[in-house]
Design a protein around this ligand. Structure first.
Ligand SMILES: *Cc1c(COP(=O)(O)O)cnc(C)c1O
Length: 475
């Protein structure tokens, strides 16, 4: 106990630490409180360790010597944004957990202009009176999709809820049992239906639904037929479902609206680029669907949004629904979405400038070049002998619940240790200033070149060498 007391007196005072060179420099770049808190927290840790006899007379000096470095690290951590960029090494292009679709810098120029200035967000420049924020997007959505009218809300979940609430509140909506999906973030069709006030009438079986299943369920209470794109899974084998083309016949015969939740909402036929065919929004409209909903940040490659396109009478009714005010998009979304949609007027431009499409259609020769470049950069910097670095063939995924079975051939950098496990190293990669998110399989880390930009290579190389150091030359 006596000895402990002596150890406590060795801990420097807060004021002394504040004058230390590296710590005092922090005061220029961050609030004083943040620095002082960091000092106190590190000192508390030392006190704790003294109490628990983890530190003794021999070890305390070393710890006190390293205090400034620990304080600087802690303060920098506190001062960094909680939401920060990461490097996507997973090869999952539309990865909902790490931000779904990326927006091209050129598009963000437009967003910056709108955000840092006043705009005609809800102002009619012709008449000098109040205008509608939806007007900016409606024409271009209509032009690209061939629908009569359109509106945009916060996300596709809101879009589905708004459509059902407007067209089917207190009445029935017929859906195939094979399409009662749950997607991430607990969006379940039966729950959304309940929230909207519509009654779900499910027909058919899990694997097979026929046109007569729908027809048998139609009665005076039927408000709509709903088709849901089973984005994130496929039922294979003995299956059948009814296409929107077939449902169109029923819709005409009984005069009830046909709604389709497309999920991803692809606007370009991706089968031209070697991917599996995914129904386009244009096809749904052509097939006579009355109202189509889809996401802005899945295969479309824009900002988070839910786009509704279809018959004018229905869209007009939705604009008047009070939910619309709660689901309304902000000006950042409008400007980013308008700029993204404009790219679609020229398909080549869209593929080049929309990162999601660009990554998905990236050829294997480009991926191989990228892999070689990154490999060479790593070889120049990484000297650790037992880290084995290779270029390997693998598969990327579309993600975002789109094309769940699609495996796109790709090139990866693989990292593994000759003897020890890679798990600890992967953790260090996640804790870097710019975290690197990777895929781990059979004790090997894979970094997929499809989702890593060339501009990020230096961060990957720095990150890997930094993480190796953190690992402490244990290996
Ligand atoms: C992704 C998805 C949604 C939800 O879209 P968000 O834009 O994420 O709200 C709804 N329905 C289907 C079929 C989907 O794939």
């Amino acid at each position: 106990m006596e000895e402990n007391k002596k150890l406590f007196t060795l801990i420097p005072k807060v004021d002394e630490l504040l004058e230390e060179d590296n710590i005092s420099k922090l005061l220029d770049i961050m609030p004083r409180k943040l620095v002082v808190d960091s000092i106190r927290e590190e000192m508390d840790l030392i006190r704790e360790d003294i109490k628990n006899n983890i530190l003794n007379e021999d070890t305390i000096h070393q710890r006190i010597k390293s205090l400034p470095k620990l304080i600087v690290k802690r303060a920098n951590n506190k001062n960094s944004y909680r939401l920060k960029r990461v490097i996507n090494g997973t090869g999952v292009v539309i990865h909902t957990n790490i931000g779904r679709s990326l927006i091209h810098k050129d598009i963000m120029d437009n967003v910056v202009e709108i955000a840092t200035n006043y705009s005609n967000l809800e102002y009619d420049l012709e008449e000098g009176v109040r205008g509608s924020r939806y007007s900016h997007l409606e024409d271009i959505v209509v032009e690209i999709t061939g629908g009569e009218a359109a509106m945009v809300v916060n996300n596709n979940a809101a879009a589905v809820l708004l459509v059902l609430s407007t067209l089917a509140k207190d009445r029935d909506v017929i859906v195939s049992r094979g399409e009662l999906i749950e997607i991430g973030g607990s969006f379940r069709i039966p729950d959304v239906m309940e929230q909207s006030g519509a009654t779900l009438v499910s027909v058919g079986t899990t694997n097979k639904t026929h046109i007569w299943d729908y027809e048998n369920a139609i009665n005076e209470e039927t408000a709509a037929l709903l088709k849901v794109h089973t984005s994130n899974y496929r039922i294979l084998g003995f299956t059948s479902s009814v296409s929107s083309e077939e449902l169109y016949v029923l819709k005409q015969k009984y005069n009830i609206p046909l709604i389709e939740d497309l999920g991803s909402g692809v606007l370009i036929d991706l089968s031209k680029y070697g991917l599996e065919y995914e129904p386009t929004v244009q096809d749904s409209i052509k097939n006579g669907v009355d109202v189509v909903t889809f996401s802005g940040d899945k295969l479309l490659g824009g900002p988070q949004a839910g786009i509704i396109v279809g018959k004018k009478e229905y869209i007009e009714a939705m604009k008047k629904n009070p939910l619309t005010r709660a689901f309304r998009i902000d000006k950042f979304t409008i400007s980013a979405l308008e700029a993204t949609l404009r790219l679609y007027l020229d398909e080549e431009k869209a593929i080049e400038k929309i990162p999601t499409l660009n990554m998905l259609t990236m050829g294997i020769d480009i991926l191989e070049n990228k892999a070689n470049m990154l490999y060479n950069l790593l070889m120049e910097r990484i000297t650790q002998e037992d880290l084995i670095i290779d270029i390997v063939d693998s598969y990327s995924e579309v993600g975002g619940g789109s094309l769940p079975l699609e495996r796109i051939p790709t090139k990866c950098i693989s990292l593994r240790f000759e003897v020890s496990s890679i798990t600890e190293f992967e953790k260090h990669l996640r804790k870097l200033d710019v975290p690197i998110i990777t895929r781990v399989y059979k004790d090997t880390i894979y970094i997929d070149l499809r989702t890593v930009k060339e501009e990020e290579f230096y961060l990957v190389v720095d990150g890997i060498s930094c993480a190796l150091k953190e690992l402490g030359g244990v290996h």
